[in-house]
Design a protein around this ligand. Structure first.
Ligand code: ADP
Ligand code: ADP
Ligand code: ZN
Length: 234
């Protein structure tokens, strides 16, 4: 495996998936994990876990998440900083849902520069608002293994049975409802969309048409990520 010269410092490729709720960040992050050996770091998943465990961060985040707002920068930055220290991220990370504000993006730069590295690519998954709403409202996951599905766009091969683990219980996120979707879209446009310009100014931005099928987006991302990780793709 040869490393590309595009990669920063110490051999830790750092990729960001930017995009509105429902754009396909989680779906594609899992595919990039499998293909390139990167570790997905989803702040949404980490926060849901903190809420479920009843930690201090979880208690502070719960109501904000239910209302579709953004959890405070300090809480989220601490969670990410802790995770980036973790041993299993040594192969490189794909940040899914972080950063979501300019303050988070600056904090990420600081954390990475202390490690002698930086953001290799910020990939904006571009979808229109109508598609986000359709994707969020049909989204569900396997209760056993967390595999993501969609009632129209990605159904299990056998009705009611998870393709990955054979589980038969599925769940729907409490915040994937009509009331919170509007707040989440507003938060995206007000606080997160400016990061497109932030990374463009650094020369790190890549745009991907996420209105394509899941397989189409996966192909575009593979073409983009392969030279960054230095992994040859057949
Ligand atoms: P995000 O992590 O950006 O919120 P997800 O990856 O959870 O988005 O995807 C949202 C929903 O849309 C899921 O149900 C997923 O199966 C579905 N989905 C993801 N990508 C696409 C796509 N390109 N076309 C159609 N549906 C998609
Ligand atoms: P989506 O799939 O809709 O993009 P996530 O699973 O990434 O949603 O996030 C769910 C919720 O968790 C968000 O609506 C927000 O309340 C909170 N959250 C996740 N990541 C962040 C972040 N980087 N900053 C602030 N809040 C966050
Ligand atoms: Zn499963």
């Amino acid at each position: 495996m040869t490393k590309s010269s595009e990669q920063h410092g110490n051999g830790l490729p750092v990729l960001i998936l930017l995009g509105p709720p429902g754009a396909g960040k989680g779906t594609q992050a899992k595919k990039l994990e499998e293909r390139f050996g990167l570790v997905q770091l989803s702040t949404g998943d980490l926060l849901r876990d903190a809420v479920a465990r009843g930690t201090e961060a979880g208690k502070a985040a719960k109501d904000v998440m239910e209302a579709g707002g953004l959890v405070g920068d300090d809480i989220v930055i601490q969670i990410v900083a802790d995770r980036l220290e973790a041993q299993h991220c040594a192969q490189g990370v794909i940040l899914d849902g972080f950063p979501r504000t300019t303050a988070q993006a600056r904090a990420l730069d600081d954390i990475l520069s202390q490690k002698g590295t930086g953001v290799d690519a910020a990939i904006s998954l571009e979808v229109d608002d109508a598609a986000m709403i359709e994707r969020i409202s049909g989204r569900y996951t396997c209760a056993g293994c967390g595999e993501g599905y969609h009632q129209s766009f990605k159904t299990p091969e056998r009705d009611g049975v998870c393709d990955k683990c054979g589980g038969t219980e599925f769940k729907h996120r409490a915040d994937d409802n009509a009331e919170t979707v509007r707040s989440r879209l507003e938060a995206y446009h007000a606080d997160t969309a400016p990061l497109i310009e932030f990374y463009d100014a650094k020369g790190a931005l890549h745009r991907v048409d996420a209105m394509q099928s899941i397989a189409g987006v996966e192909r575009s991302l593979t073409d983009l990520v392969a030279p960054i990780t230095g992994v040859a793709v057949a």
